[in-house]
Ligand binder design. Structure first.
Ligand code: PLP
Length: 426
């Protein structure tokens, strides 16, 4: 089939008629499918049921250093968990704080602390006239939700297959001391699936921010979430690179086991410099006597070490890789020649990012919904939910079964064709 833009009016009109008829058939199917959130499917969750057996009532809940995990204390996490998560994050265990079950919560908390009390003796952000935040786009809606909640002015930064536009980042942070941070998902990003190039990571580590309390929020949520054994992205480790660049305190790096074991019942962590850590711990002592050490120990006993975790991630990949590949095949087969969209083909993570023709994303998502397929809201990948081109749509293939996903992805391509054809015809 030829690209829609090369079709005559008559050809387009007949295509639209055919697509509408097909769409009506889907409407009659009363579907109720969901490609909206990046959740593991049941089979993935089943992989971690061994967590439930890792500790039982006979278990020895003492750590190697004699800490009784049942009791209070050990604010920054048990040593065994720091070693495991340190390996997962490629950081020294001494640079790790283990938290509760959610890294997003740690990001929120980190901003809340800077807002009320300031970072390392700097003025609390609540006392400033204006706080601005850089938001690489497309990005993660819940990141943007946090900085919107605190009333920061969010500045979109374009990204390409190498990461954010670093000319823009360097210029903005060096000129404006109201810019206090940037959201980054450096590996298998949400939603594009891209990973930052070496040059981008090096330039991040060498930023010269006008604000002393500017921090990079380096959310390494998908650090070990590869889809392939033989095709993986490798990143320069940001903490070490910041140290080499003479900028050791520039970054907070986050991760969790949410999409490794159970989202909501995993363990979250931050890796950062000793100065940042001391600053954070001052507040932590007021917040809690310690996080859930039993869950930390449970994870350590379940995995053994990083090799156990890597093996475990292979099993995840075996479940979700066919889903990604199927969606990519359906996109290619149904849209490949039509010139109505482009999409990413990630080597890891949880998402495919789809760019429709300008002005079409909202309608495509609405058409999908009317036929029973829920997509992430159009615009969600932009600050304030406003995609100026109304073109980006996040596709989350992991949760539905292969059979459901086939229907949902096919319907998505049908809606994309219909909305695009109508748009071009107008
Ligand atoms: N960061 C990114 C980039 C994510 O995509 C997600 C979940 O989708 C999270 C953080 C949530 O992490 P957690 O479950 O540790 O709060």
């Amino acid at each position: 089939m030829k690209p829609y833009r090369e079709m005559s009016k008559e050809e387009l009109a007949s295509e639209i008629e055919q697509l509408r008829a097909e769409y009506r058939k889907y409407q009659g199917m009363e579907l109720n499918l969901n490609m909206s959130r990046g959740k593991p499917c049941k089979e993935q969750l089943d992989l971690s049921m061994g967590l439930m057996d890792a500790l039982n009532s006979d278990a020895d809940l003492m750590c190697e250093d004699g800490t009784d995990c049942r009791n209070y204390g050990v604010l920054t996490g048990i040593q065994e968990a720091k070693v495991l998560i340190g390996d997962m994050m490629e950081n020294n265990p001494d640079d790790i704080i283990i938290y509760g079950n959610s890294s997003l919560n740690v990001m929120y908390d980190t901003i809340a602390r800077a807002y009320t009390h300031g970072i390392m003796g700097n003025k609390p952000w609540c006392k400033l006239d204006k706080v601005k935040w850089l938001c690489p786009v497309p990005g993660y809606d819940r990141h943007f939700g946090i900085t919107e909640y605190f009333g920061f002015e969010m500045i979109p930064v374009p990204t390409d297959e190498n990461g954010p536009d670093m000319d823009m980042v360097e210029k903005l942070v060096s000129e404006d001391d109201a810019i206090k941070g940037i959201w980054c998902v450096p590996k298998y990003a949400n939603p594009s699936g891209i990973s930052y190039s070496d040059d981008v990571v090096r330039r991040f580590a060498r930023l010269k921010p006008a604000a002393k309390d500017f921090r990079i929020f380096w959310d390494n949520a998908y650090g070990i979430h590869h889809l392939y054994d033989d095709r993986q992205d490798y990143l320069i480790e940001i903490l070490a690179e910041c140290k080499r660049a003479g900028n050791p305190d520039l970054v907070y790096k986050f991760a969790s086991t949410s999409k490794i074991t159970f989202p909501g019942s995993g363990i979250a962590a931050m890796a950062t410099s000793p100065n940042n850590m001391a600053d954070i711990v001052k507040t932590m002592t007021r917040q809690t006597i310690g996080h859930d050490k039993v869950n930390q120990l449970r994870h350590v006993r379940f995995f053994g070490d990083i090799h156990g975790m890597v093996e475990h991630m292979r099993k995840h990949a075996d479940i979700i890789r066919p889903k990604f590949e199927m969606v990519e095949d359906i996109l290619q087969e149904n849209l490949g020649e039509l010139g109505v969209g482009s999409w990413t083909v990630p080597k890891g993570g949880y998402f495919i990012s789809f760019d429709a023709l300008e002005g079409c994303a909202k309608d495509i998502v609405a058409y999908c919904k009317k036929a029973g397929v829920e997509m992430t809201g159009a615009g969600a990948t932009w600050p304030y939910g406003k995609d100026p081109k109304d073109s980006n749509i996040r596709i989350a293939p992991t949760y539905p079964s292969l059979a459901d996903l086939k229907i949902a992805a096919t319907l998505f391509t049908l809606c994309t064709r219909l909305v695009s054809a109508q748009k071009i015809y107008e």
